[in-house]
Each structure stands twice: as structure tokens, then as C-alpha cells.
Design a protein around this ligand. Sequence first.
Ligand SMILES: O=P(O)(O)O[C@H]1O[C@H](CO)[C@@H](O[C@H]2O[C@H](CO)[C@@H](O)[C@H](O)[C@H]2O)[C@H](O)[C@H]1O
Length: 666
Amino acid sequence: MTDAPLDAIEAARRPRIAIEAVSPTVDGGRFPVKTVIGRAIVVEADVFADGHEVLRAEVVWRPRGEGDWRRAPMAELPNDRWRAAFTPEAIGRHEFAVEAWWDDFGTFRRDLTKKREAGLDVALETDEGLILLEEIASTAPQQAAKALADIILATRALGVSDRVAALLSPETHAAVEAAGHRAFLTRSAAYGLEVDRVQAAFASWYELFPRSESGDPTRHGTFRDVIRRLPQIRDMGFDVLYFPPIHPIGKTNRKGPNNTLTPGPNDVGSPYAIGSPDGGHDALHPELGSLEDFRALVAAAADNGLEIALDFAIQCSPDHPWLKENPGWFKWRPDGSMKYAENPPKKYQDIVNVDFYGPDAVPGLWVALRDVVLFWASEGVKTFRVDNPHTKAFPFWEWMIEEVKLEHPDAIFLSEAFTRPKVMYRLAKLGYSQSYTYFTWRNHKAEITEYLTELTTTAPKDFFRPHFFVNTPDINPYFLQTSGRAGFLIRAALATTLSGLWGMYNGFEICESAPLPGKEEYLDSEKYEIRIRNWAQAGNIIPEITRLNRIRKENPALHSHLGVRFYNCFDDHVLYYGKPRFAEDGSGRIEDMVLVFVNLDPFTVKNAPYEVPLWEFGLPDHGAIAVEDLMRGNRFTLTGKEQWIHLNPNELPFHVWRLTNLSGVA
Ligand SMILES: O=P(O)(O)O[C@H]1O[C@H](CO)[C@@H](O[C@H]2O[C@H](CO)[C@@H](O)[C@H](O)[C@H]2O)[C@H](O)[C@H]1O
């Protein structure tokens, strides 16, 4: 068997320069990398070629749809690795690539310098240099060509030593740069980059059921009641106020208190059973108020520095208008009934799922669902927590999120997928801005360290933003059921300092944890009934939450999960980590560091030896560093690497400090 002869002309057109291992990328460029506006993105690549020529490289980037590339020169690192950083200036989809070329004149300059330093006769080399300049001028824009022609003329008239000086002069270098000569110019594939607003990566969420906000157990709460509560939520330092569904609730198979299937006539039902004769996903539950009331709430929230996040739960109560209007969007059984939804072992008898590939579903259902999101976005809601996305079609999410973001590039989608890691990661790749995580079930030092290491050092770091909820209406964590107040403080400290995104479902601040016996569910869950609470209850942790949220706002190192470093504290129950803030000059110097100690044992006082990370500041083991205790407000100096920490769960089971090099302390 003989291969067709290789076409040499075609082969010679192939790139002479290799550009490999571009980072960050997601699945070789199939999905976009994520970043937020104002945050520098560091691009690296292996760039090399045959021979010894000097190479140059740039990272180029542009907003999708724009013609001109912006450029940043890449610096050469050891072993043919190159790096550059750039900071996107707008939100929305971008693309970036790496370009590299032979720097012919750079090679000439390098070799001429070496030969001259070695004392060789370089007369012929200066002739070669002038010929190279002529070549470069021949393809240069008019003005640059003219400048080069003048240089060539003047240099040709000089003696050898003055020619060398002229060829190596900054003026000649500048003229060559202006000519834009790029031999063997090669560009990598273009990679996607999704630039989100800051809140996609850094936000503090508070979740409540508006119907519980009346202050009176016999009266259904309203949007106007929520408006009254806004200052209190704002004062705790939250930025996002998230509601479970606020749409009409079906009556068929309505759930009663504690998930029973025998509701009384006055039971309010689960808000996830969306749809009734009053309307579906684009309607409001009449008892919560009108669209005007909702608009007033969105505006009042904004006045208080809060944005509203809505639940997007793609499912229908059997009473949803869509069942009658669009039967082809659902899967019917031969007897004309429908299967209720499940997330085994959980049974959702009061809802049915849509069928994304049902007879009339494409495009009808897909478009209708997209339009639901667009409708709420047009009402000023830009953040959506999406219920159970892992049970819905992957292609739908990629299409729908992109469609919404084309119109609303500031839209944010939080994936509520508690499922297999690869499925959670895929949803993030498909466009989810943030994702619920396993944080709620990571309680021990080794498992928290391992989980954060996975999230910050392996592939998900480029596309998966973990949202650390300490509890949800569905998750009353076993740890909190027995830990007492100290446990709530422990979990709050971990969530607020480990991730840029954290959230709590109300009741957490008053250490609510009564469970349905043996289950991770709340007793008398608010999912099925109205709950009135006393926020001033003794033992509440509102001051601590407020302080933690303030610390988060004031310390940029806490605006992401990325960058966490775990340090040695010699006690298996004390988790000890730091988050550095680097100087903006790109030197890699640490400006300051937030250092956190958490006693994970809510019942035992800990005294443990630990190492102060003096080395991170370039300090010797006997060096001294300034510390500000951010929870208590006092300042002190630590001298020497070996120290002891004291953590009393009956007072405060954690410390949050800021370390600053003494030379940087006023
Ligand atoms: O299945 P998940 O654990 O992801 O939970 C989410 O989806 C559930 C279904 O929407 C939702 O469950 C609640 O609503 C159901 C429908 O009304 C009801 O049958 C369940 O009893 C109730 O828990 C859950 O709250 C949501 O977070």
C-alpha cells in the first residue's frame, strides 16, 4: 500500500511554530473559560520552533463579534512556556488566542551582539543586517517603510563600528517594530471566554419564603411584607435575596405539612408545585401580590443594595395551564395519566416533568421556557437559581443560557444539581455561572482540604464556581442537628471564607435545626407551611454573620475560592488556611493575607501548635509579621514561625486574621 505523495507546497504552509498546551481552556476549547470583569486572566502556552531563532508571542483577545483583536505581549518562562495577562473590559462572550512569530531582526540583533562581544569581524553581518532591513521595509506600511529607508541610507554610509551601533540602536528597533514584520506568523485556535459581572463569582445570598414574612402565622405573607424586611437583610451584609418559586400553586396532589399527602383545606402546599388556573411560570401567586407589588419589591431591594434571585423550576403541577394547552410537551401513559416527578428516593407526587423531546416540545417548549426567563429578566430579575437541572436535557441548557445571555449578558444562573461530580461539572461547562456543591456534607479537615484542592487546582477551577450554602430548605445538615450554636458559627466561618459565593436559608441565623426524626429535613418544613420566626431570639448569630460578610467585602482575597492555601496546624480538628492578595505589579509579591483557623469540633476547646506562613512574605523563620484580628478588631505582632492557637467553641470557634508585612504597616 502506498500513500499519496505529500504535496510539498501544502506541507510548507503548515505552521513552523508550535503552539501547544494553551491554558486556561475547557475541553480543548469546546466550552468557554469563565472569568469576571476587572479580574486579570493569565494565559499560558508552550511556544517553540525548530532552530535557534528568537520567537515572540502575544495573547490576542476580543469580544465576540468584534473585528479587531486587542493584544498583550507574552513573556518567556523556562522550558518554552510563555505567559501574558489581560483584563477584559466588558461582560459577555469573548475569544482569545495565542499568536507567535519568528523575530528575524531580534535574531539578527542577538547574534550580532554576541559576535561583537566575542571580538569577531562583523563587517559582512552589517551588510546582512541592511539587506534584512530592506526586506522588512518592502512589506511595511508606507510611513514605517520610509523611516526604514532613511535608516538604511544613513547606515550604509557608516564604518563598521558605527553601522553596528546604528543597527543595534533603539531608533532602528522602533522602526522595525512599526513595520510589523512577523515571519512564520502562527495563531492557535480561538478559545471562548465568558466574562461575567462580579456577582457571578462573589456574592452573599439570603433565602426566604415570602409567604412567611407577614409576622402572623394566620396571614399569608406578601411582597410588601418582604419590603419591610429588606433593611434587616441588607444590614447583615447580604447582596442577593433569593425566593423559592413565587408562582401559583396547584391543588391536585398538594402536599400537606411535613411532606404528607393528606393536606387540609387551608394548607398552602409546596411552592415547587407550579401552576394553577391562576397561571404558570410567568404568573405570580395571587396571595403574594400583584406584578406591581413585585416590581415595587425589586426596586426596593435595589435601593437596599440587594438583587432578587428567582427559582426557575421546570416542572408543573397537574393544574398548570400548559398541560391542557400543550399536551405534546409532556409524556402521557397509555391510560392518559402521567408519572409524577422523582429524585430518588424523593417522591414529588404534586408535580409532573415536561418532556424535552416530546412530540411538540422542539421548539415550542424550549422557546416557552426561554421566554419565561426572558420575561422575568425584563422585570429586572437577572439571577436565577435553577431547580434540578441535572434531570433536564443538556442541549437545552446550553441553548437557553446562551440565548438569555445574548439579550442579558448580566444574567446569572445557579445550578441546583446535587448529583455526580461529572454531571455537576458538565452543567457548569454548558453555561451555569455558579453551582451548588458537596460543601454541606464536608465536615472533616481531610475532606474539606481534599474538596477545596479539587475545586481550586484541577480542571473545574476554570469553569466551575462553587456556591457554599450552609443549609437549604431541603438540607438540614446532620452536623447542625447536633452541634449547637458553635456548629453554626463553624459552618458560617467556613462558607464565608472558603468561597466567593455563600448562602444561607433563613433560620440559620437563629440556629434552627429541629429535624424530621432521622432525616436531613427540617421538622415542620417551610416548604409545606408558613413559618414565623423571632429573629431576635437569644443565641442568634446575626452579629457574627454581619461581621463575616463585612470581612468578605473588605478583603478581595475572599472574593473567590481560588487561591486558598492550607497550612500546618498540628491538630486533626483545626482547619487552617490562608488566602493571599497579590501586588498588582505582577511581581507575585503578597500584599497581605487573610488567615483562618476553624475548630471543627463544636464541643472541645483546642490549643494547637501551628506555623505562621512567614515564608510566603519572604521572611525568615524568626521573622515578625503584623496581625489584625478581623473578628475582634485588635492588632498584634507575631514573631517566629512556631506558634500556638487557642480556639474555644463556647466563645468563637474560629479566628479570621489579616497578616501584613511589618514594612507595610503604617
Ligand atoms: O430534587 P432536589 O433535591 O434537587 O430538590 C429540589 O427540587 C424539588 C422538586 O422541585 C423540590 O421539592 C419540593 O417540591 C416538590 C414539588 O412541589 C415537593 O413534592 C417536595 O416535597 C418538595 O420538597 C425541592 O424543594 C427543590 O430544592
